[in-house]
Design a protein around this ligand. Structure first.
Ligand code: SF4
Length: 674
């Protein structure tokens, strides 16, 4: 970073802001073109700033933690699928690197303020929010917003600052420092994972309001537009096949995956159709039966505990019948979201985002709950509370199993009969967790902390990786996702690498290093870790590219080859090859990992998965029958590809040097660069 930044070629402003909430000081910093060529944008800016400025050992909920809101390099340039922002901070859930991203419309509004990112440090004495447009940046009192849920907070701020204002805020969960708190935008879409909402709450920062109108320069607008037009055409390709064969194939895939006989390569066009029509809810029934969804706190199976009839009651058709309109994030041509209105059941909901697959599963099959109305209600509660639905479902599953096993009693639960599938008790428990009342207070920091406080053998039921509850995808179904859960800087993350993503993304068509990465993942091969680490590492790097660009992961999976690198060249005026971009993405990935190593964490040791996640002991029936995933074997393969030492987690010095990460060598290898 230099004081004398070169003029931005395009795609970025070359400016970030540092906000000290203790002193109220707001300081701009200029970044030059070489910086962007090295870290791109989004999570890349976040990784570099936190690496440079965060003291190792900082308390995640203390003033020294730095909370960043970053926009993507491609956001607002005319490219598609590129409206996501990434929040970064040290995670209070894992104690290491934290990032979480979200779509909606906040990111372009922030970028239109003339900055690429904002970083908060310190702690305000009183609740505040930051207002920003292209001319003004100001901290304002938020006393009147404290205690409001995320939707009311946003509505109030829009009334004050106009409809154009976009808001990222916390709800009661973040204010009460729940380690499952996320950051909400667009009335209930969350950057959910890793407890970053608690970091915001610890700083007394209720919201960031962005109301910018300035568009960033784009080096070659016509080229960006042409790439977007061609991509749209590719996305439409095969729409007639989709229309006429899609439903038939959809049913066939359901029947074929249901017995779990083999993992089938899913055609991207079918996934595109499913997303368009149902959103991620499309996965619910298939996954419960096929073995991808966890059942009964990861201890059951669809075959034995949650029939197809039950999973269909909380599945795609059950959700979309309440859809009143489609919803799409900024610059999205697919629009997988939807707004639903619920007039039936005990809780009328005027409008909310339809529940995603993760929520349907976390409060459905994971708890043996087939009452769709209770899940709608909980979806509204967690979105308004500003709470991660994956973690919240995980901690409810833990509490139910503790109750069923007699570890928690009616006295502990305040009279709640916490039984599998008792939807009324589940709703009441979620309310208590968000308010941090009674047992809810004990559970509000996730399963790891709850088990530590309860003791009495409850840790047997605390399913997590490194303090973060596992997402709703079973590594016994797709062992590739195990590296996302235990080797990534953000443990328990399902949106980075898996065998299914590799199949869908066809990275061998984009990167020469991935030329051999096309997988045939039939059952007997997917449990063989040999060579898979290399494939999965390229997948991890690619996800960094996606997050640096501010792109949506789904855009990379729909069979139309998202031209991320081409868009970045056109927007910035650079002339980098796809392989050059992959090196940059690896640099960002290695920097996030180095952050963890500096904190004393080695993922394979410290983010160890619960036995149920890898089949220890193996299940006796269902799709995961007799399946045990060798965590160390797949971890070793991944570590080798990453050039990480298995015992210490340290990256190889020569490799870091090749990536231009001399500052990491200086700090982690005590200056010995050779
Ligand atoms: S595919 Fe869905 S999540 Fe992704 S940008 Fe579009 S609407 Fe948003």
């Amino acid at each position: 970073m230099t004081e004398n930044a070169e003029k931005a070629g395009g795609g970025y402003w070359g400016k970030i802001l540092h906000v000290n909430l203790t002193s109220g000081e707001i300081t701009p910093e200029t970044l030059d073109d070489p910086f962007y060529r090295k870290y791109l944008g989004g999570v890349g800016i976040g990784a570099k700033v936190l690496w440079d400025r965060m003291k190792p050992g900082a308390d995640p909920l203390g003033p020294d933690n730095i909370l960043g809101f970053t926009t993507g390099l491609l956001t607002d340039t005319g490219s598609l699928f590129t409206g996501r922002f990434t929040v970064v901070a040290k995670s209070p859930a894992s104690g290491g690197w934290g990032d979480a991203n979200c779509g909606g419309y906040f990111s372009p509004a922030l970028k239109r303020c003339g900055v690429d990112a904002l970083f908060f440090r310190g702690k305000s004495l009183k609740p505040v929010y930051l207002f920003m447009d292209q001319n003004t940046v100001e901290l304002k009192g938020a006393g009147h917003l404290w205690d409001l849920d995320t939707v009311k907070t946003e509505d109030t701020l829009r009334e004050m600052h106009g409809k154009r204002a976009q808001v990222a805020c916390i709800g009661p969960a973040g204010e009460k420092l729940s380690l499952m708190a996320g950051i909400s935008t667009d009335r209930g879409r969350l950057a959910a994972r890793g407890g970053l909402g608690a970091v915001m709450g610890s700083k007394n920062l209720k919201a960031v309001v962005a109301a910018g109108t300035r568009r960033v320069a784009v080096a070659d607008k016509a080229a960006v537009k042409a790439l977007s037009g061609a991509f749209r055409k590719r996305l439409d390709r095969g729409k007639y096949i989709e229309r006429f064969l899609g439903d038939t194939l959809f049913g066939m895939v359901g029947r074929m995956t249901r017995p779990g006989l083999f993992y089938m390569r899913q055609p991207a066009f079918l996934w595109r159709k499913m997303l368009k029509k149902f959103g991620t809810a499309a996965l619910t029934a298939l996954s419960a039966e096929g073995g991808d969804s966890p059942i009964k706190n990861w201890g059951g199976s669809g075959l034995r505990n949650f029939s197809l009839e039950k999973s269909q009651k909380i599945g795609a058709e059950s959700v979309v019948q309440f859809e009143e309109k489609k919803y799409g994030c900024y610059s999205c041509p697919l629009r997988c979201g939807g707004i639903v209105g619920i007039q039936q059941g005990p809780h009328v909901i005027k409008e909310m985002h339809k529940p995603e697959y993760e929520t349907l599963c976390a409060f459905g099959s994971l708890l043996l709950n087939d009452d769709i109305f209770s899940i709608f209600h909980i979806n509204d509660l967690v979105n308004r509370g500003g709470m991660d639905s994956i973690s919240c479902g995980g901690v409810v599953a833990f509490a139910i199993e503790c109750f069923e096993e007699g570890i928690l009693t009616l006295e502990d639960t305040g009279g709640l009969e916490l039984r599998w599938g008792n939807s009324e008790a589940i709703v009441q428990l979620v309310e208590g967790i968000i308010r941090r009342e009674g047992l809810g207070d004990l559970l509000a920091d996730g399963v790891k902390r709850a088990a530590e406080r309860i003791g009495r053998g409850s840790e047997k039921f605390a399913v997590h990786c490194g303090g973060v509850e596992a997402p709703m995808h079973d590594p016994r179904f797709d062992p590739g996702i195990m590296v996302s859960y235990v080797c990534e800087p953000t443990p328990g993350r399902h949106t980075i690498a898996s065998f299914q993503y590799l199949d869908l993304q066809e990275l061998h068509k984009k990167f020469s290093r991935a030329a051999k990465a096309s997988l045939i993942t039939f059952r007997k091969k997917r449990f063989d870790p040999r060579g898979k680490g290399e494939q999965l590492s390229i997948e991890s790097f690619y996800k960094m590219l996606v997050d640096c660009a501010g792109a949506c992961f789904f855009g990379t999976q729909v069979g139309a080859e998202l031209p991320l690198c081409e868009w970045m060249n056109a927007a910035t005026g650079w002339d980098l090859t796809n392989d050059d971009y992959l090196v940059i993405a690896e640099r960002v990935h290695q920097l996030r990992h180095a952050f963890n190593v500096r904190e004393g964490l080695n993922p394979i040791r410290d983010f160890r998965p619960h036995g149920r996640l890898h089949g220890d002991p193996p299940q006796k029936e269902g799709p995961a029958r007799n399946v045990t995933v060798d965590v160390d074997a797949i971890g070793k393969s991944y570590y080798e590809a990453m050039h990480w030492d298995f015992i210490t987690g340290q990256a190889d010095r020569a490799h870091l040097k090749k990536l231009g990460l001399e500052d990491v060598i200086q700090q982690l290898h005590h200056g010995t660069e050779s």
